[in-house]
Design a protein around this ligand. Structure first.
Ligand code: NAD
Length: 352
């Protein structure tokens, strides 16, 4: 196997540790900023307001309208607040939806971002923005989108409900699985991907037993950093294409969609590149798809697309969209195989 690779490290500052979200004030100043706009979803409004209070005069406003899949109309509303408050930096507190809104603002304004993630989605360490308009999700990659500072504070994830911890963790694991066979993978991305998968293998099982266990929460957030970093470094393939199709067109919940699809897309690609996916089989046991499916079931993940409200007829449209302009994939993609894979995922079957 060829050893050729290109490696570029991320310029982002990563701060990791219990209680470290208190350093947000310091980081606003280190960035040379004086007026932060704090972002959150409506659910995390009170946390965002409390953060703005802690930032004191360094905060000029709070916008709590972030929603899943970064709809462009929500970004436009937030942009009005950016203009009114003359914010000179963004502080995003929350999961991938809030981070997505911060990135959408940064893409339009080049404002620096501090992200304090509270899920395992991994968006905070990628230069990728997915936006939705007119029922289609499109992604853009640009240097201005990568947040300058990420503060990982496991204490903020203690209350992440167990079900969301599971699906969010599987969402992060999907980045690592696809990184293992990425065309532009490098030795560091492969090491990070395998380490991220190992971190989630142990921590998710522990979180189910003890959701407030600090070590398990720290390990899962460590896994999120690893898996998110590889998502930001190397190209994604079939799995991400299908999940973007389902999320963008049918508005299925992001993390659940990834959690359900992962064993199926991994099994599909394992047929072509078993040697590259060997770490997955080693960590989860058995076959790549079967091991991931058994793990997902053991930790109580949703397993069937039909439980997300998709109809069988939707699968035809999803298979069409997923095979239009497909991403590069280690195994060729055709409509018939995609339709069959979606059918298995819809029924919640264990991959063969
Ligand atoms: P989310 O951000 O939508 O969060 C889901 C819900 O959980 C929200 O209501 C949120 O407020 C709440 N929540 C978050 N953290 C919580 C906590 N600790 N305790 C209690 N409630 C909490 O979900 P997500 O899965 O993190 O993000 C999904 C979005 O992220 C999608 O739009 C997806 O496309 C995007 N994403 C983008 C990238 C990228 O690199 N561009 C990567 C991963 C995900």
């Amino acid at each position: 196997m060829s050893r050729d690779f290109i490696y570029s490290g991320s310029p982002a500052h990563i701060v990791f540790g219990q209680g470290k979200s208190a350093a947000a004030c310091e980081w606003v100043e280190k960035l040379g900023c004086t007026g932060a706009l704090v972002l959150s979803t409506p659910n995390q409004k009170s946390d965002a307001e409390a953060l703005a209070e802690r930032l004191g005069s360094r905060a000029v406003g709070v916008f709590t309208g972030a929603v899943m899949h970064t709809p462009v109309d929500v970004t436009e509303k937030a942009m009005e607040v950016v203009r009114e408050t003359k914010a000179d930096c963004i502080v995003s507190l929350g999961g991938g939806s809030t981070t997505g809104l911060g990135k959408a603002i940064a893409y339009r304004t080049d404002l620096p971002q501090i992200v304090i993630p509270t899920t395992y989605a991994g968006s905070e360490v990628t230069p990728i923005l997915g936006q939705t308009e007119g029922g289609r999700k499109t992604t853009v990659r640009h240097a201005s989108i990568l947040p300058e500072v990420v503060i990982y504070d496991p204490a903020l994830t203690f209350g992440l409900p167990v079900g969301m911890s599971v699906t969010s963790g599987l969402n992060a694991m999907a980045h690592a699985v696809e990184a293992l066979y990425a065309r532009d993978r490098n030795p560091i991305s492969t090491l990070m991907a395998a380490e991220g998968l190992r971190a989630f293998k142990t921590s998710l099982a522990d979180i189910i037993a003890r959701p407030w266990a600090p070590e398990a929460r720290a390990d899962a957030l460590y896994g999120a950093w690893l898996c998110g970093t590889v998502l930001g470094t190397v190209g994604m393939a079939l799995h991400h294409k299908i999940c973007h199709t389902l999320g963008g067109t049918f508005d299925t919940p992001h993390a659940d969609t990834h959690a359900i699809m992962l064993p199926h897309t991994a099994a599909y690609n394992a047929a072509a590149v078993p040697e590259l996916l060997a770490p997955v089989a080693d960590i989860f046991g058995g076959s790549v798809g079967g091991g991931l499916w058994d793990f997902a079931r053991q930790i109580g993940s949703p397993l069937a697309l039909k439980d997300l409200g998709l109809s069988e007829a939707d699968l035809d449209r999803a298979a069409d969209i997923a095979t239009e302009n497909p991403y590069w994939n280690p195994r060729p993609i055709d409509r018939e195989s995609m339709r069959a894979l979606l059918q298995d995922a819809w029924e919640g079957k264990r991959p063969a």
